[in-house]
Design a protein around this ligand. Structure first.
Ligand code: NDP
Ligand code: MG
Length: 397
């Protein structure tokens, strides 16, 4: 029987790759609901092709969407708006699978709503988990949601772990013979830049990732290595282990997507061409495997290299590890400050090296404490955004 899918963030890079996979399996999946934020013309084309029952846009885009849909003679679609609309579709009774692919903290409440509704949740929106870690994981247990990693590294680790790993209580120690997770990082477009070179890089250069085609925010995060920092935190929550069991390995070719080491000396790696369609298809169909257009890896044409990350040139990674060590609200503060700093960098208000500086400043200014409720996390997120914005103003004048 066909399963119904809701794609949160359908106009983005992950949203588009998800549609590509669904195109290949029209009898197994149908698009029930989609959401977008600013790309309304693109959304209308998606509506034309996939005829979802419900779409969600921010309230200030409803009129524009209505006008475009009317002009294209597209009818029979319910339009919901804003955060309430996102939460409503993410938890809708007629939906089986939710792709969480909104970028940033804006995805937290809808993703959590999907988890609390007990859905199969395909998690791309790492910021949501970084912010709410234990609350999200506990909700997945309490509401029997299947929270499956789409982030390529976590998907790779999931593939290399023992099948029943996610079901066991891990006590923050690796179990079932696992000893370390090796989280691979491409190193981004500036892997070999000196500190002086990094001072002058532009948003256009930062968004040009050597191996992956992605949204702007994650592209900048990959360039600062904050993406790997967020992923380190993501891995600790998803696989319920302490941060010192996660080693970051720079692997510039992005062929190995991550590895798991075992106590007997084995290291299992998941490999493939760098294309998000593979982890999306894996999470969509798990434990089954379904076809994608991604060609099989030509193993003869690759040389694989590994190196230790340089946290002096890329301090974001160190900040994220420290935030995870501190625990509590620190990861949410780190994430909020980073979102503000990346946006300011993209608007050319601050330089590339100012991004980790803004995050560091914010972590020092905003009080940490237990992340005991969603309200506390969201409050801390707000304060961190304010402090980070003030720092941006100071740095840009
Ligand atoms: P994009 O920027 O390409 O897409 C983001 C999506 O979120 C768009 O549909 C956008 O709508 C929507 N959106 C943006 N802001 C808001 C908001 N305030 N409220 C509601 N919706 C919003 O990002 P990616 O697809 O690259 O990334 C999505 C998530 O997946 C991120 O968390 C990223 O870290 C993660 N991820 C991405 C990977 C990739 O290869 N791209 C790999 C691994 C993880 P619109 O476009 O209409 O404005
Ligand atoms: Mg990743």
């Amino acid at each position: 029987m066909s399963q119904t899918v809701c794609i949160l963030g359908v106009t983005g890079s992950i949203g588009q790759s998800t549609l590509k996979i669904l195109d290949q399996h029209p009898h197994d999946y149908s698009v029930f609901a989609v959401t977008a934020y600013s790309r309304i013309e693109e959304l209308s084309e998606i509506c034309k092709q996939y005829k979802p029952k419900i779409v969600v846009v921010p309230s200030h885009k409803v009129d524009e969407l209505n006008t475009i849909l009317k002009s294209k003679n597209i009818t029979g679609i319910e339009i919901l708006q804003g955060e309430d609309g996102l939460i409503a579709v993410a938890s809708h009774a007629e939906i089986d699978i939710v792709m969480a692919a909104i970028v940033g903290g804006a995805g937290l409440l809808p993703t959590l709503a999907a988890v609390k509704a007990g859905k199969r949740v395909l998690l791309a929106n790492k910021e949501a988990l970084v912010m709410s870690g234990e609350i999200m994981m506990q909700a997945a247990k309490d509401y029997k949601a299947l929270l499956l990693p789409v982030d390529s590294e976590h998907n790779a680790i999931f593939q290399c772990l023992p099948q029943n790993y996610l079901q066991i209580e891990t006590n923050k120690e690796p179990q079932l013979g696992v000893s370390q997770l090796l989280l691979t990082a491409s190193g981004g477009p500036f892997l070999n830049h000196s500190l002086e070179d990094l001072r002058h890089v532009t948003p256009a250069q930062a968004c040009k990732h050597p191996n992956w085609s992605m949204g702007q925010k994650i592209s900048v995060d990959s360039a600062t290595l904050m993406n790997k920092g967020l992923e380190l935190i993501e891995a600790c929550h998803l696989f319920s282990i302490q941060e010192h069991f996660v080693t970051v390995v720079v692997h510039p070719q992005s062929i190995i997507h991550s590895m798991v080491q075992y106590v007997d000396g084995s290291t299992l790696a998941q490999m493939g061409n760098p294309d998000m369609c593979t982890p999306i298809a894996h999470a969509l169909a798990w434990p089954k495997r379904i076809g994608t257009h991604v060609p099989a890896l030509d193993i003869f044409s690759h040389q694989l290299n590994f190196q230790v990350p340089d946290v002096e040139r890329f301090p974001a990674l160190k900040l994220a590890r420290q935030a995870m060590q501190s625990g509590g609200l620190a990861p949410a503060i780190l994430n909020a400050a980073n979102e503000v700093a990346v946006e300011a960098f993209l608007k050319e208000k601050i330089g590339f090296l100012d991004i980790p500086a803004v995050v560091d400043h914010t972590l020092n200014q905003v009080e940490n404490g237990p992340a005991e409720s969603l309200e506390v996390i969201l409050k801390s997120d707000q304060i961190a955004r304010l402090i980070a914005s003030q720092r941006v103003v100071q740095l840009s004048t």
